[in-house]
Design a protein around this ligand. Sequence first.
Ligand code: NOJ
Ligand code: CA
Length: 699
Amino acid sequence: MKKLIVPLILSVAYISMAQQVQSPSKDITLDFALNAAGEPTYKVSYKGKSVVETSKMGISPKDGTSLSKGFSVIDTEQTSEDSTWKPVLGEESTIRDHHNKLTVHLQQKDSKKKMDIVFKVFDEGVAFRYEFPFEKNVEYFIVSEEHTEFDLTGDHKTFWIPGDYDSQEYNYNETKLSEVDNSRLDLNNGIALKTIESQYRVQSPLMMKSSDGLYINIFEAAVNNYPVMHLDLDKAAFKLTANLPPNAIGDKAYLRTPSVTPWRTIMVSDDARDIVASKMILNLNEPSKIEDTSWIKPMKYVGIWWEMHVGKSTWDYAGSQNAQNAGTGNMIPTGKHGATTENTKRYIDFAAKHGFDGVLVEGWNVGWEDWFGNWKEDVFDFTTPYPDFDIEEVSDYAKSKGVKMIMHHETSGSAANYERHLDRAMDVMRKYGYPAVKSGYVGRIIPRGEYHDGQTMVNHFNFVAQRMADNQLMVNSHESTRPTGYHRTYPNYIAAEAARGNEFNAWSDGNLPYHETVLPFTRLLGGPMDYTPGIFEIKMDIYDPSKTQQVHTTLAKQLALYVTMYSPLQMAADLPENYEKHLDAFQFIKDVPADWQTSNYLEAEPGDYLTVVRKDKNSENWYLGAITDENARTTEIKLDFLTSGKKYKATIYQDGKDADWKNNPKSYDIKTQTVTSKSKLKLNLAKGGGAAVSFELLD
Ligand code: NOJ
Ligand code: CA
């Protein structure tokens, strides 16, 4: 591992109140200054254009003091770092961390309290965080407010979701900053906005585009022991201010010195591809704390899952009227239970036949009669199977077929109950050889009504990842906080949902056709998403003629998502019987890897389109995914990423000539041709469509 740390300026004798640091490319300039009131401020520019105008910083502790004014600079340091590291799983096998760093040591003249602000300036953007050095008199303190501002320069185009402290499962709105409004139900799919007290509060990552062509993204990295950052918008000033979800008594964070906040990040470029390709968020997280990572593996899986979402079967064994009998001998089966031993064996057979690593089974354990509605605190114990699910038989059968079982822990928001049962739940996983768990946190958090995005729950999600790591188990959390790169530190935290997944297409108005072109610029910047692509039966009337729901893409776009939505955990989400009908298209899902040597974003525009090629970690083969929004698109791709002088067999899975997400989503066309690095490939993407291509090295 190459590591180079060069001190540039150390402890200069005269401390200026103003400091400047640039990105290695010199395109980005960060200016720090204390104003006349001793308030820390910063501003950011890109190629001479202002991106963030002079903005204030700091926090308010609960004791009535302030850590946002009255400061002097007592020392500064500037260093430069250029190093590389290897993620266990990822879009790249080697990641470069190249940045210039400025540390400003501040002290308040009156109180003598100290606070450091650390800036890191990368080629893709700026990051900063507050650090609280050890001080006896402020050893423990409570954060009441964070004052970090992002004073933007104009009425940018913005991709935003409402600042709901409990969920990110929204369609993105594409409006001007001045049009952000959580009370407009037309922008929020009619969802009741229970925990959104503010009309103009949005979530981060917030992706924007300025009228002069700058792509700007505001986010955070390494959220640990601190709430998630939401953003309050001052529409008159185009200014965003950090907003932290409180706990039940209004406190934002309990800290003790020494401690640090998460990094606040501002990415900027005139090329949208730089935002999606950036590894800045990962670089801002701590290296892996797991020494032996050999057990952390990418996984492609199928599961007893979509059949419940489309209403073919149920999670519960005995129906909600049997809630009071859950777990007793008095349950009368409804006959629609999905997680039976027999059905599980069917999925195991399918996984084994088609080379999938794992099978997820939801609804295997007692408690689902009461999971959605009454939410008793201890509805689940995570250890007791339903009478028609023989966990031993299922696990033995999976082993005999070379398939791994994926555990499911729906907590129904009862995080305290989950923590109490966690060790026993993990014992079951180890006993039966389940290498990974999908967890879920549907509903308000029990027992204290904490927000999903508050400090307590941030710590819960990270704690579960740590405990799972101790037991060599991988985690995929649903309804958790959105990731901010913590999977660098705990690479067993292989995926999360934390955005609106494909499941919404089964039972709601669904995901807008441009949804998957926004996610790479927002949710995916923090880490892999368990989006669960691969739905071939696009229209739900196949299950019940009265159903009008449908997936808002073509079938070919569902294939492309395996490449455009990076995740080391990928589900083939549709039912085995639906794949059996289209084995030619299914071949792409079987072939596509989930771990990569390198990735190259060829085309990207948030909300419009994205084309990426990735090279398999373990072979010389390449894979391409191209997606578009509601508009059809034609593009020509130069194949100069292929090794020159070599021949490849390209298999192109694309929309049929007459395909369209709404009227003819299942029309696709597959062709093969021999290509070299000199070839060009013309792709025709239908409305809501996409294309997937595999390039297999010949000879
Ligand atoms: C919501 C999750 O996102 C979904 O995947 C799961 O099937 C249900 N909760 C039940 O746990
Ligand atoms: Ca969900």
